[in-house]
Design a protein around this ligand. Sequence first.
Ligand code: GUN
Ligand code: FE
Length: 457
Amino acid sequence: MTDFHRSKHSTGKRGVDISGKIAFLEKNVLDEITLNHIISQWEFPEQEVIRLSKRQFLMPGFIDTHTHASQYPNAGTGMDLPLLDWLNKYTFPLEQSYSSLSFAEKVYPIVVNNLLRSGTTTAVYFATIHLESSKYLARLVKEKGQRGFIGKVNMDCNSPENYIESLDNSVKSTEEFVKYVLNLEKDEGRENGSRLVYPIITPRFAITCTSQLMNSLGLLAKKYNMPIQSHLSENIGEINFISELFPHLPDYTTVYDHHGLLNEKTIMAHGIHLSSKELKLIKERNIGISHCPTSNFAICSGVCNVRQLLDEGIKVGLGTDLSGGYSKSILNAIRNANIASRVVFMASSKVDDKPLNKSFPHLTLPELTYLATMGGAELINLDKIIGNFLIGKEFDALLIDPDACQSPLDIFDDLEDIERIFEKFIFLGDERNLKSVYVKGKKVSGTDLESMNLREK
Ligand code: GUN
Ligand code: FE
């Protein structure tokens, strides 16, 4: 499978070529499952041919547009405090541990393996303020074949004494980090397609960054034409603190704009409590919002109105926000995005509203799936490269087996409707159903590899 050839045939058969790109597509004539990449052994004698059995199907890989690799050990714990107290009590002390590279070497391989295992083919990571541990994460993501955006975190104020940088050091080590990550794939030619690992400028949030630091990071992003990520409007206490810190600026979004941090390559996590003026600015700057519903529920930050963001024409992707969110899985983020959209609808319903005679205005299954795949690809500006299965795109995909051993889907034998099977996978499935996980045409995880004892813990 890793060596699919580009077809020079005119038979209409389609597959994945050696650079990992989708060379062609065809409908599975046997059972109407589309996007099947069955190719004939006869025509491609040197290639391994993967034949999908009855209810198996392929879908684009999941894109996690906001996760903190460093917070993985805390996942599933410490959800009793709101954001700022949660950061001080649980998160900063854990992140401080990455001053030791050996701590990073213990945790990060588990993070990357487990994210791949749960179908995350691309992740946008926060590391910590530490240069060496952050470089290690970037190396690791590349080695394991995941697509990743890696951010060395910046924070030079309002942070604990043992977890803070000087302005000068923060800027210098970030530039060093950026050059290091860019060099990781320097020698790989264009014929190999897009790069796997990218640096991303990561001011933690405007509370822990001075104006000078934010300005410098904005300039650095410009100099290297790099994406930017941060947190925006997650929690009421946070927003109040921002207005104390920046009394001369009208709102949180403007704080980032004022420091040159908002453009079409910016990803802001959360974006829950935004005014209509802020929404307008977000749309104007064409920044993307990473919707992190599991985290928003878990640490009681609020409920983001994604329908409103989409109606405004704002780009939205999904994020797990580990460990504000307790789950590493984008399937879990999809399910909580579904519930969040129903909460928004129910909270706005009034007693004398006319009963709906059509479906609810919550996010639909196609919309939820879009957010987890193409929506994410738009946020990271890779929508021409990944996110769906158009010909010429790189093959980041999940081979789903609804009938896998111990599958949680409990499908009865006569269910053949692919849309219902897909819906069951989205709401009930888990990594037991992920037979193969592909990035750029290469199998990098999945139960298949595990059964061959090739997958690490
Ligand atoms: N805001 C600033 N830092 C963080 C973080 O680590 N997690 C979340 N959820 N919000 C933040
Ligand atoms: Fe976060």
